[in-house]
Design a protein around this ligand. Structure first.
Ligand code: PEP
Ligand code: CO
Length: 420
């Protein structure tokens, strides 16, 4: 099959992430927990893109920083699980591992691992990426349309109205520039954006099948996505995933849970980036709101002392999962914000650049995470609980979070040091 992305694009993303590592830009990496073979429509892709564009506008304007936009999209089909089997009623079934591997229905037939799914995932990724490219380069992502990204169910909320205000300010700024004689219409940067793709590189059979040698440089690239990350469960420095991703030149992320040691982090950085190329490695912490404040500072120090030019990003989702009394998997908006606040505080305190956020969201009005300004309550979770795997922020909660992160980012003015 032809590659989905080109080596040159992966290099461009690496350069953009190098700017983040240097403290001159911010990363938003976000999208579905698991993409689905069943939910595959132009509308759902467009709505996910809209919320990415809205969050980016809020952060670019609110924090006055370039924002690197990376979707968990066009390939996010494989899910690591804590246990290879699960109990449903009185039967023990193989766990659901994402549509790249098997089906989610609780039957032995659905749970059979089917390699044909890799071909279907490839085709769905190709079609998704095609539409993303069309939307981002064909006018939809034009900053002149900043108002149109606000969906109806968002526009009526507090953060939706705040967004309207910001969009109006951006429009006024553009009119001001035009009045000053700047030819706004011919500035490509204002009319097109780059939205890069990423997913967890869990199933090495799939990743290897899409790995190609770049004709220009002779280097190997995993052409299934621009960026890949190694999950918390497969990040052993001497494991297969680290070995595989040390051999390709894409930007790579590594998830770091609360059990990680500084030695492991340094070992991972050495193996994945012996040349210390800025932007090659993104360290994505997912420690949980309760322990990040204690666990992160020593890691920030070790990595900085070793001279590794990494991007530090915070995934405030995966360390804050809880179950309600009735057994529904959820996360609270307050815990998510608390982890982000501690992440920023630890970074400022250590003179490290809080480079980005890694989120699970959807453009739809789902009720999967608790809280937010128009609070989703526990008894409302069942109303629209649609995720295939982990609970995602809905579009309102994601926008609310973006405004708060922009405020946290503005604190850099009172913290000297590296923060530019
Ligand atoms: C995920 O990002 O969906 C995931 C499973 O994360 P982690 O590896 O951090 O648990
Ligand atoms: Co998840």
């Amino acid at each position: 099959m032809p590659p989905l992305v080109f080596a040159g694009e992966a290099r461009a993303l690496r350069a953009a992430l190098g700017e983040v590592a240097a403290g001159r830009a911010f990363l938003i990496q976000a999208g579905d927990c698991a993409e689905s073979f069943h939910d595959f429509t132009a509308v759902s892709i467009r709505e996910k893109l809209k919320i990415m564009l809205q969050m980016a506008a809020v952060l670019t304007y609110g924090a006055m920083l370039p924002v690197v936009k990376v979707g968990r999209i066009a390939g996010q089909f494989a899910k690591p699980r804590s246990s290879p089997t699960e109990r449903v009623g009185d039967v023990e079934l193989p766990s659901f591992l994402g549509h790249l591997v098997n089906g989610e229905a609780p039957t032995p037939e659905a749970r059979v691992h089917d390699p044909g799914r890799m071909v279907q995932a490839y085709h769905q990724s190709a079609a998704t990426l095609n539409l993303l490219r069309a939307f981002t380069k064909g006018g939809f992502a034009d900053i002149m349309r900043v108002h149109e990204w606000n969906q109806n169910f968002v526009a009526t909320s507090v953060e939706g109205r705040r967004y309207e205000q910001l969009a109006t300010e951006i429009e006024r700024a553009l009119r001001f520039m035009t009045a000053c004689g700047i030819d706004v219409a011919s500035e490509r940067q204002l009319h097109e954006v780059d939205v890069w793709t990423s997913h967890e590189g869990l199933v090495l059979d799939y990743e290897e099948g899409l790995t190609r040698r770049d004709s220009l440089t002779g280097d190997w690239y995993d052409c299934s996505a621009h960026m890949l990350w190694i999950g918390e469960r497969t990040r052993q420095p001497d494991g297969a995933h680290t070995e595989f991703f040390s051999g390709v030149h894409n930007p790579v992320g590594v998830k770091l849970g609360p059990g990680v040691t500084a030695d492991e982090v340094l070992d991972l950085c050495e193996r994945l980036n012996p040349g210390r190329v800025p932007g090659r490695v993104t360290l994505i912490t997912r420690m949980g709101a309760g322990c990040i404040g204690e666990l992160l500072p020593p890691l920030l120090r070790s990595v900085s002392e070793a001279g590794h030019p990494v991007v530090w990003a915070c995934d405030p989702m995966h360390g804050n999962g809880v179950r309600t009394a009735t057994g529904v998997k959820t996360r609270s908006f307050d815990a998510i914000m608390a982890e982000l606040e501690s992440f920023f505080a630890a970074c400022w305190q250590e003179g490290a650049w809080p480079g980005g956020v890694h989120l699970e969201y959807t453009g739809e009005d789902v009720t999967e995470c608790l809280g937010g300004s128009e609070a989703v309550l526990e008894e409302q979770l069942a109303h629209r609980y649609e995720t295939l795997c982990d609970p995602r922020l809905n579009a309102r909660q994601a926008l609310d979070l973006a405004f708060r992160v922009a405020e946290l980012m503005r604190q850099r003015d009172v913290f000297p040091g590296r923060a530019g």
